[in-house]
Each structure stands twice: as structure tokens, then as C-alpha cells.
Design a protein around this ligand. Structure first.
Ligand code: PLP
Length: 236
């Protein structure tokens, strides 16, 4: 991908987000763009950074660490870990990311808390929800959220910020909106239960369903293909 194509794609993605916010009657800037760079080379992330993008999402720990090392001079990049998280990878995530969107069980949360270095800010956390209740998918079920949120809120090195979901693919705006509405309601419920927590993040919406997610209150949309083009290796 040449510079020109990336800058076009980035401008188009920003316009698409602005238009979705406008159509939803929401103020410009109320949702921000997370550029999902999994499988894409560090050089492309650098180009996106030069175009003003600062927040990037990665799914694979080792791949992310390699790219972070190459981009160490870009000190204001904010790295988000958005992939499935196994216990043996929590230390790398705790040490090398600002955010993690895929916390779905207490054991992972406790490990991240224990491994977050003392000289770094608390790790910003979203709980991943299996919103379409798919048997093989990661994420906590809705009825597990209050107990999981309570457990995360007492961990001092984590800061619970909200919820993340990847709904089952659906065609049509109404069908796409339904699971996002459930996620929004789940966050509203947590806000009532834990009024002192700063629960301000709904991480939802990808290339195929950004508009539906923004209609339902997304504050962080995770765009990969729309910014960087098709990926040529399978993703989990
Ligand atoms: C790959 C991925 C994305 C980006 O998906 P696109 O359809 O390419 O926009 C967003 N979120 C998660 C968790 C992903 O794994």
C-alpha cells in the first residue's frame, strides 16, 4: 500500500466516523478511532502515525512486541491489546500496553494487576462480552458481568473503563444494532451498580458495522480493513 492509498483510507475512515456520529445525533469527537494493525507491518503503522493516528490495536502478543520495538521512537503511540488473552501472555500485555479490551475472567484480571509495573499508570481495561452467546467465542456472558466488574474494580493496578464485544456477523442495520444495544444496556447497568467507577468506554464497531455501533453509543470503534486494507492471513 502506498502513502497515497493509506492517507485516502484514513481520511475516508475519519469521514465515515464523523458521518456516523452526525447521523446518530451525537457530537463530533464523541467516538474515536482505534486503528487495528494486526498482521500489518510496522512501516504502515508509522505512516498512519504520520497522518495523526495515535491509538493502535493489536491481537497477537509477539507480533505486537516486535512492532513496538521498531516504533519505539514514537513515544506517544497508545497501544491497545484486543486479541484473546492466555494466562502465559499476561505479563507481556501488562508491561507493553496501555489498554486491554479482552479481559473476560477474574484469573486474567488478577494476573494483569499483579504484573502491571509500578512505574506505569494503571492498565485501562474493557471487559469482553460474548454478546451473541456463541459457543466457541471468548468473552464473559452478560449475567457474569457484575461479579467480574466488581472483582476488577478492587484491583489497584487496573482501571475498569467499559465493555468490548464482537457480535456475530449480521446483515442490515437493525440486525447489527441489536447486540450493540445489549452491550450499551449492560454498561448502563454497571454504571448504576458502581457509580464511583469511570465507566466511559463502549469498544464496539468494526469495518462492517461501524454505523450500527455508533448509533448505539460506541465510544471507540476498532477499524482494521477500512484503514489498512484486507489482511492476508487468517485471524482468530
Ligand atoms: C481484527 C479485529 C478488528 C478489525 O476488524 P476489521 O473488520 O478489519 O475492521 C476489530 N476488533 C477486533 C477484536 C479484531 O480482532
Amino acid at each position: 500500500m502506498t502513502d497515497l492509498v493509506l492517507s485516502d483510507a484514513m481520511a475516508h475512515a475519519r469521514r465515515r466516523l464523523d458521518a456516523a456520529l452526525d447521523a446518530a445525533g451525537r457530537p463530533a469527537g464523541e467516538a474515536r478511532l482505534l486503528a487495528v494493525s494486526k498482521t500489518k507491518p510496522a512501516g504502515l503503522i508509522r505512516e498512519a502515525w504520520q497522518l495523526g493516528q495515535r491509538e493502535f490495536g493489536e491481537n497477537y502478543v509477539q507480533e505486537a512486541l516486535d512492532k513496538q520495538a521498531e516504533l519505539a521512537d514514537l513515544t506517544d503511540i497508545v497501544w491497545h491489546f484486543i486479541g484473546p488473552l492466555q494466562s502465559n501472555k499476561t505479563r507481556d500485555v501488562a508491561e507493553h500496553f496501555a489498554w486491554v479490551h479482552s479481559v473476560d475472567r477474574k484469573k486474567i484480571a488478577r494476573r494483569l494487576n499483579d504484573q502491571r509495573p509500578a512505574d506505569q499508570a494503571p492498565l485501562e481495561v474493557c471487559l469482553q462480552v460474548n454478546i451473541s452467546e456463541e459457543a466457541s467465542k471468548s468473552g464473559a456472558f452478560l449475567d457474569e458481568l457484575p461479579a467480574l466488574a466488581e472483582a476488577v474494580l478492587i484491583l489497584p493496578r487496573l482501571r475498569l473503563r467499559g465493555l468490548m464485544a464482537i457480535p456475530a456477523p449480521a446483515e442490515g442495520l437493525a440486525e447489527q444494532r441489536a447486540p450493540f444495544a445489549r452491550l450499551r444496556e449492560a454498561l448502563e447497568d454497571l454504571r448504576v451498580r458502581f457509580p464511583e467507577a469511570r465507566l466511559d468506554t463502549l469498544s464496539m464497531g468494526m469495518t462492517a458495522d461501524l454505523e450500527a455501533a455508533v448509533q448505539e453509543g460506541a465510544t471507540l470503534v476498532r477499524l482494521g480493513t477500512a484503514i489498512f486494507g484486507e489482511r492476508h492471513r487468517p485471524t482468530p
